[in-house]
Design a protein around this ligand. Sequence first.
Ligand SMILES: Cc1cc2nc3c(=O)[nH]c(=O)nc-3n(C[C@H](O)[C@H](O)[C@H](O)COP(=O)(O)OP(=O)(O)OC[C@H]3O[C@@H](n4cnc5c(N)ncnc54)[C@H](O)[C@@H]3O)c2cc1C
Length: 373
Amino acid sequence: MERQNRQALRADPLRPGRSQRPPPDAHPLAAPSKTLEIAALVIGAGPVGLFQAFELGLLGVSTHIVDALPQAGGQCIALYADKPIYDIPGIKVCTGRELVARLLDQVAPFQPTLHLDQTVDSIAAQPDGRYRVQTCGGQAFLTRSIFIAAGVGAFQARKLHLPGLEVFEGTQVHYQAPALADAKGKSIVIVGGEQAALEAAADACDSPARSVTLVHRRDVLHADPDTLARIATNRSNGRLRFVAGQAHGFKGKARLHTLCVLDADEQEVALKLDQLWVFLGVSPRLGPVAQWGLDMERKQLRVDTASFATSAPGIFAVGDINHYPGKKKLILCGFHEATLAAFGAMQYIRPGEAVALQYTTTSTKLHKALGLG
Ligand SMILES: Cc1cc2nc3c(=O)[nH]c(=O)nc-3n(C[C@H](O)[C@H](O)[C@H](O)COP(=O)(O)OP(=O)(O)OC[C@H]3O[C@@H](n4cnc5c(N)ncnc54)[C@H](O)[C@@H]3O)c2cc1C
């Protein structure tokens, strides 16, 4: 199976729905994909990582971006996709999702390559001055410049903590909805009450699944109006069964066949299943960043504010992951940092070349790069 989870950049808003989800990663122990020799690697596809790719694009540098999440957007998508932001310069108000869609649209002319669903595990300096970067998905890169835009850490799916359940992970238990074709004739139980869970439940109802059950601790569900309407329709026509309660156990040894749920009256409800899809949100794990040997302060990477360089040559840190006197964890501050980091990195990317500041308003070179004719 193709290990590399690469996806050409899309300019449309990335809703965490199945249609826009790349295929899940293959097993971490599978053979690595070919090593890519690249000019610049951005770690993190949050708002700052995306803008970093844009600023590098303006300087004629193409980028690869890696993110642990299955979609771009970082905290804006993972934590507050539908909440309003009021302090992006020039945009009176937009949601997290809308901001990410705009950033993707803005960077699209430079065609960065997104490697989603992959966590960067290691960065190792090479004798020739480059860095070898390895992801848990088996992808490796060789590059002279790295931009760490890792925010508060790599986002990972929150697991359903039922001892022993992990042995079914990837076969019967999924933390991202698997392909709908696999649902044919199956009984699917979905745990969660937010957008991703509800979207997956509504999609499963449209699939040839034998039965679909949604489990959430309370009968209070959160999603966009369209998805809530689909859920309501499927509940009222009996296609979707809803159970209010908490998963507290399972049955099955070689094969998982039952999820045990405690309902509001502390009564056990046994749900027969073939597939268990769990959507309990994501939580960040700083983990790998702290092990790359870079100077840190308060769990953040110490940087020089002239170029946002870290303690290692050619490695820059931008956005929520860095620390310097007066640091504010705001998106617009990250945008400034990414701009200076792009200029600062040119001495590693194109050594000896003078880099002139050009205005997007007037530079024909930039217009060409932006595809403006
Ligand atoms: C509820 C809430 C509301 C907010 N409202 C505002 C607001 O109104 N205005 C404002 O300016 N800011 C706001 N913020 C803060 C803002 O979201 C952050 O400052 C911003 O997201 C930082 O962007 P970033 O790109 O640096 O990091 P993030 O958005 O955190 O993105 C980092 C990405 O890096 C990935 N990553 C990390 N480590 C690895 C690794 N090892 N390998 C692969 N991928 C990795 C993560 O999965 C993540 O997707 C808000 C934050 C929250 C939680």
